[in-house]
Design a protein around this ligand. Structure first.
Ligand SMILES: [Cu+2]
Length: 422
């Protein structure tokens, strides 16, 4: 049977399908959408958005209706007479000037109010987090907790205002956590501030953060994570992060370890035969609760490998000794390791307690850590850490890394050391 095509019905069907598609787009989780509010800041901004969308829709519908009515009603017909010529209509012109003025005033009041609300000084009891943008990673400092530094991962207590003090160490960057609201630039020779209060009732979870100002080849690889946790959990985390690296939990008796006071001591022989006590760690966000969207999924670049068998033989004590006389110490800080005082790269004091590596690009596991040390430039275009693996091609010198480079076994040892720094 042939079904005759009816344009009207088809148009109706097409409209229905388009509406369904549009509605379908509203479902889903959208973890990086600014429309999920977890702060008063987000709700204020979104309130403005709703107001604008509402008035914009009203204006659009009315003008389109008048336009379409006019087109249809006054269209040219075969026998229609020539239209009457008129010049101006004062009443109409005054009306269509005054109506937009009123609408703009209605929009301006909440807009200006929100601008002032979001530019206010942070409350005195706010948690301060100093943010330093680097090409292409984030340094975070907690001045109220001894000024300890961490990289690319922050913990914030829910229910307490948090004030981000934004600065850059090089070019312009921009700080954005969609779930918190905001987005504000990090500008050279200037300190910007951005503060908001995560709802006490929001879930204990992880939010994604981004750099949103183009800052060079790895701009898109400049991400971070925000762990929104309870006040007690935050206090425990901050207390532990404040302390120096505790190395020794895995050290064999008779070897040199760094104690929590930062001193190098020789671990006494263990006569009872029990292993030395594991290093105490503060609260760390449970690995099992990290949502899928917060887990890095960047593939490892082709041709960069390390043997799993070699990795498994990494020795933390050998790694500590090697690390402590390698180039690493010129760029990285490990509080508790007196030789490691560099400030060019991320603070590695508690690097083992982080879930991500290289500004949210890779998971922080032994394999990715090893490949990162071996050839960070392959892992992240433009990485300012350079190429350290023996035999790896170094684009800076246009030659393979030679004698000064680390062998896979040495890298495995350093990885074991870094992983022990919880
Ligand atoms: Cu950036």
């Amino acid at each position: 049977m042939r079904v005759p095509i009816r344009p009207r019905q088809l148009a109706g069907l097409a409209t229905a399908a388009a509406c369904l598609l549009a509605l379908g787009g509203c479902g889903g989780e959208y973890p990086n959408s600014t429309f999920n509010h977890h702060t008063e800041f987000n709700r204020q901004i979104d309130g403005i958005w709703d107001t604008l969308l509402f008035w914009g829709t009203v204006v659009f519908v009315i003008t389109e209706a008048v336009l379409i009515y006019t087109i249809v009603r006054f269209r040219k017909r075969p026998d229609s007479p020539a239209p009457r010529m008129i010049h101006g209509n004062t009443a109409l012109e005054i009306t269509w000037t005054l109506v937009p003025v009123v609408i703009l005033a209605l929009i301006a009041v909440p807009t200006v109010r929100t601008i002032f609300a979001t530019q206010r000084r942070a409350p005195a009891d706010a948690l301060t987090i100093e943010v330093y943008g680097h090409q292409w990673w984030w340094e975070f400092r907690y001045p109220q907790y001894g000024g300890f530094a961490t990289a690319n991962e922050i913990y914030i207590p829910k229910g307490r205002a948090v004030n981000f003090v934004l600065r850059t160490k090089d070019v312009l960057h921009s700080f954005w956590v969609p779930q918190l609201g905001g987005k504000r630039d990090l500008i050279a020779n200037r300190t910007n501030q951005l503060w908001m209060t995560p709802d006490a009732t929001s879930p204990t979870t992880v939010w994604n953060g981004f750099c949103t100002e183009f800052c060079g080849p790895s701009h898109a690889n400049m991400k971070f994570r925000v762990y929104a946790v309870g006040a007690d959990e935050f206090a425990s985390w901050a207390q532990h992060q404040q302390g120096p690296a505790v190395f020794g939990g895995q050290a064999a008796p008779g070897t040199t370890v760094t104690t929590s006071t930062g001193a190098l001591v020789v671990q006494t022989a263990d006569t009872t035969g029990t292993a030395p006590a594991a290093a105490p760690t503060g609260y760390v966000f449970p690995a099992a609760d990290v949502p899928e969207y917060a887990k890095p999924r960047t593939p490892v670049p082709a041709g960069l490998t390390i043997d799993d068998a070699v990795l498994a033989q990494g020795d933390p004590e050998r790694g500590r000794q090697l690390y402590s006389r390698s180039a690493c110490i010129g760029c990285h800080m490990i509080r508790g390791n007196p030789s490691s005082v560099g400030v060019v790269g991320p603070d590695l004091t508690h690097v083992g307690s982080r879930y991500t590596l290289a500004a949210g690009l890779y998971p922080n596991d032994a394999r990715h850590l090893a490949l990162w040390i071996k050839n960070s430039v392959k892992m992240k275009p433009g990485s300012l850490m350079g190429v350290l693996g023996k035999g790896e091609w170094n684009p800076m010198t246009k030659s393979p890394v030679d004698a000064g480079g680390l062998t896979d076994q040495e890298i495995a040892d350093v990885v074991a050391y870094l992983q022990s720094l919880k």
